[in-house]
Design a protein around this ligand. Structure first.
Ligand code: UD1
Ligand code: CA
Length: 454
């Protein structure tokens, strides 16, 4: 962690026009995780509370996506460029009582910690007023070019569009990575001088380099080399390329920790997932969010698991599991759908074409085929016959179904909630149950069969 004299500012106010997105660019995802989340994963351990974020376009969506960070959001409206974003954040930076601020583009998700440490250390050592990370790229594309004087010292960063209009014959391969360490006192004098006199008619943070050099301040570029880990994400292609780099790295990391991932090219695992050694994934499948797969869990192909906890169970193919908790020795699927609020207690079973929402299935209970369980509390050792439906919605409100320990629900039963089926009660197949069934009772709620002469 850096000491309290250094804070961090993430620029995340832009729209991301080149991504053709309708939402803020930094909410675009890699492995179902927003770009900005990756930046926080890196910044928070280094800066603790001293991380501020400039938001602008779609800021309401940003508030919802990052409830824990929103207290330190700074609103930039309208968005007039990266330099303007810094201007808008500046009063907060001055107020924070820090001497240096690390500014990072929010669309650069993989900044390695070491690169940040190098930048800070070198800047402090050389008493720089402004330092930034530079990259070398074969095709510098839309990146700002680092222009140096004949003695090798930095003179300016020239944005791609302005550079193109200068001298297209003379390409520069050293570019600005969009990560800066600013000495607050020095930059305080430069910020009011920014202009929008450029090809995009925006206020560029990169103009600070120009201004600082002109004032004889100390400006350094800390060279990072070629690494793709400092690439920004601006286009659909860059997004997909980044995901393609990240995905196998995460899978490889888990394999090295003892997870069995048999079809590794086809398995996608989010950055915040936790897998126990010995977890067996036959792939292809997707595991996202803060899912935790405990020891003994086996996931067969074509499953999608999100924000769920699996404690040593079997998940058969084509199952979707979202915000669910599954106990030890449970069996799920194939073709099961577990929606938010599902809790499967130890040794319970949810079979094919069964959907559960906000439902607790007690220890050893089974719903093996073609069933909908919604807003239901089901005890231990319950058997739910094929085609059973909990009718939980009356068009206005949701109601709860209780099925107590040891009950048996015959096939094709409709349980019209609110309703309770008592302990060890038995409901005959095809029943429409609208009234509570007492403990140990036999309930038959269907028309009598009549056999008439043909
Ligand atoms: C920027 C740099 C460029 C550098 C590149 C590295 C400028 C002018 N150029 O270009 O030199 O090579 O990053 O990736 O800074 N943002 C705001 N408010 C705004 C505009 C942008 O908060 O008004 C945020 C964006 O959400 C984004 C970041 O600033 O996260 C960078 O903006 P972007 O438009 O992506 O800049 P680049 O053109 O990539
Ligand atoms: Ca960018």
């Amino acid at each position: 962690m850096f000491d309290a004299s250094i804070g961090a500012l993430i620029l995340a106010g832009g729209k991301g026009t080149r991504l053709y997105s309708t939402r803020p660019k930094v909410l675009q995802t890699l492995l179902e995780t927003p770009l900005l989340e990756y930046v926080y994963l890196r910044m928070n351990p280094l800066f603790g509370e001293r991380v501020w974020t400039v938001v602008g376009f779609g800021h309401e969506e940003m508030d919802n996506a990052f409830p824990a960070a929103r207290d330190r959001f700074i609103l930039q409206s309208p968005q007039l460029g990266t330099g303007h974003a810094l201007q808008v954040a500046w009063p907060t930076i001055l107020n924070a009582g820090i001497t240096h601020v690390l500014v990072v583009n929010g669309d650069t998700p993989f900044v390695p910690e070491q690169a940040l440490v190098d930048l800070v250390e070198q800047a402090l050592q050389e008493k720089a007023d402004l330092a930034f990370l530079s990259l070398v790229m074969d095709d510098p594309g839309s990146y700002g070019r680092v222009v140096r004087k004949t003695d090798g010292s930095v003179r300016a960063i020239v944005e791609a569009r302005d550079f193109a209009s200068l001298d297209p014959g003379d390409e520069i391969h050293e570019v600005n990575a969009g990560i800066y360490l600013l000495r607050v006192e020095a930059v305080d004098r430069l910020l009011p001088l920014l202009t929008d006199d450029n090809a995009q008619k925006e206020f560029y943070i990169t103009q600070l380099v120009d201004l600082a050099c002109a004032k004889g301040m100390r400006v350094i570029a800390v060279e990072h080399g070629e690494g793709p880990e400092l690439f920004g994400i601006n286009t659909p292609k860059e997004l997909v390329d980044a995901e393609n780099r990240l995905c196998p790295e995460i899978v490889q990391g888990w394999i090295e920790k003892g997870v069995i991932i048999r079809n590794r090219e086809a398995v996608r695992i989010g950055p915040a997932v936790t897998l126990a050694p010995g977890v067996d994934i036959t792939g292809p499948c997707e595991i996202y969010g803060n899912s935790v797969l405990g020891s003994g869990t086996r996931v067969h192909s074509h499953c999608r698991i999100e924000n769920s906890q699996l404690n040593g169970c079997q998940v058969h193919s084509f199952s979707h599991i979202h915000e669910a908790e599954i106990g030890k020795d449970c069996s799920v699927g194939p073709y099961a759908r577990l929606r938010p609020g599902t809790v499967l207690k130890e040794s319970s079973k949810v079979g094919n074409f069964v959907e559960v929402k906000k439902g607790v299935l007690g220890e050893g209970s089974k719903a093996s085929h073609l069933t909908y369980i919604g807003d239901a509390l089901i005890g231990q050792g319950v058997n739910i016959g094929a085609g059973t439906i909990t009718c939980n919605y009356d068009g206005t409100n949701k109601h709860t179904t209780h099925i107590d320990d040891g009950a048996f629900i015959g096939s094709n039963t409709a349980l019209v909630a609110p309703v309770r089926v008592g302990i060890k009660a038995l409901v005959g197949a095809g029943s429409v149950v609208t009234k509570d069934v007492p403990d140990k009772a036999l309930c038959i709620a269907r028309a009598h069969q009549k056999n008439l002469k043909r």
